[in-house]
Design a binder for this molecule. Structure first.
Ligand code: PLP
Length: 420
């Protein structure tokens, strides 16, 4: 069965987005799983990687692997330049004004922890408030709970409605003079909702609160400009944006990063160490203690280069067409319940089939080559809100096709027959 159908060909004609060609860049997609063509709809968990990214890993290790910043020798100098060029690539991608505003991290989780533990512990005190939303990933809940516990600050939560949209009128009431930081996700991993972060940033600015945006699920779908958003911090993980695991970015406004204490000590983050006193390196190295994920940062930049070279208007139209088609086909299945029907969504669909356990459905889909995620998607409070243990989540990327959606729909019909 070809995973590019007539419907895909029509889309190629109407959007100019040539998915058939794009798929050639992703070797992993061309395999069978359990005797069926692989359909990879777990992009929200991690994306697949184009050949240029795979080659960049191999090239690093076969040509210039060395530790950075500390060596006078040839390989160390090449690796150091590539590492710092990667920082410049990320700066230009996010449209940050200065390279020093880009801190390399292990990923979104570490970026949020860095701000919570460094800025949070230094600046929050009893009675201050930290505002998050009811749809946050655990990565944007737990670090703030830990810091609130340590400082006496209070965690406030912007509620959501049934469609999975933030209730802005409640946000207006919750964000007050007591709010010191607003930390919200740009896009929901569990529901796909695109949040009105521009409005939220505006609300925070009115009361002089800082803003942190969790961009983990936004960057794989659209371009982000931190200067036009005017947020204080923006975090993301490379592995959801075509890059490697274990590496990511914290963007922070320079004056804030400069005022924040380091949160980990060790090599590379110092100016001078004596037993009496240590002075710290300037940002961003102050926050990059120890040997970083050198090849990860370099390869992340390669992934970003690949992503930036694509036609984002065409991708947006194509992904929205995938989303509408999947919604239409899924709603034809008896007992289909959707979770997250926000007006503005990335191509992520969370659903349940009445009376069927999501794990059982996920298991049968896998037997038919279809990879989806089942469970709470690290967003247990959302599941509590809907009163369910979890959902089945199909999250699409620009390299997915209409034919793949058809394969998932066939497998779902079969799951229904087998499990009912
Ligand atoms: N935030 C959101 C919205 C996510 O979807 C994820 C991962 O799924 C994370 C944070 C955590 O990302 P990582 O595990 O790469 O640190």
């Amino acid at each position: 069965m070809s995973l590019v159908s007539d419907k895909d060909k029509l889309m190629i004609e109407s959007t100019g987005f040539d998915v058939e060609n794009i798929r050639k860049d992703f070797p992993i997609l061309h395999q069978k799983v359990n005797g069926k063509p692989l359909v990879y709809f777990d992009n929200g968990a991690t994306s697949q990687k184009p050949q240029t990214v795979i080659d960049a890993i191999s090239n690093y290790y076969s040509s210039y692997n060395a530790n950075i910043h500390r060596g006078v020798h040839h390989l160390s100098q090449i690796a150091t330049s590539a590492y710092e060029e990667a920082r410049e690539e990320v700066r230009s991608y996010l449209n940050a004004s200065k390279k020093e505003e880009i801190v390399f991290t292990k990923g979104t989780t570490e970026g949020i922890n860095l701000v919570a533990h460094s800025w949070g512990r230094a600046n929050l005190k009893a009675g201050d408030e930290v505002v998050i939303s009811a749809m946050e990933h655990h990565a944007n809940i737990v670090p703030w709970q830990m810091v609130c516990e340590a400082t006496g600050a209070i965690l406030k939560v912007i509620p959501i409605d049934n469609k999975g949209e933030l209730i802005l009128s409640d946000a207006e009431k919750l964000i007050t003079e007591k709010t010191k930081i607003l930390s919200v996700m740009h896009v929901s991993n569990a529901l796909g909702s695109i949040n009105p972060i521009e409005d939220l940033i505006c609300l925070a600015k009115k009361v002089n609160a800082l803003t942190l945006i969790d961009g983990a699920q936004a960057v794989p779908h659209f371009m982000v400009d931190v200067q036009s958003l005017d947020c204080d911090f923006y975090v993301f993980s490379a592995h959801k944006l075509l890059g490697p695991t274990g590496v990511g970015v914290l963007y922070g406004k320079l004056e804030l990063l400069e005022a924040m204490p380091p949160w980990q000590g060790g090599g590379d983050m110092i100016k001078e160490v004596t037993f009496a006193k240590t002075t710290y390196a300037d940002v961003p190295l102050k926050f990059e203690a120890g040997t970083p994920n050198i090849e990860g940062c370099i390869v992340m930049a390669e992934a970003i280069r690949y992503w930036r070279a694509l036609d984002h208007d065409a991708i947006d139209k194509y992904e929205q067409a995938l989303l509408s088609y999947a919604k239409e086909k899924l709603s034809e299945i008896d007992g289909m319940i959707f979770y997250g029907t926000a007006e503005k969504k990335v191509p992520v669909i969370s659903f349940l089939l009445e009376g069927l356990h999501p794990y059982d459905v996920g298991f049968i889909l896998d037997k038919h080559g279809v990879a989806v995620r089942t469970g709470h998607h690290c967003a247990q409070p959302i599941m509590d809100f809907y009163g369910i243990p979890g959902t089945i989540r199909a999250s699409f990327s620009f390299y997915n096709t209409f034919a793949e959606i058809d394969q998932m729909i066939d497998a779902l019909h079969l799951a229904k027959r087998m499990l009912s």
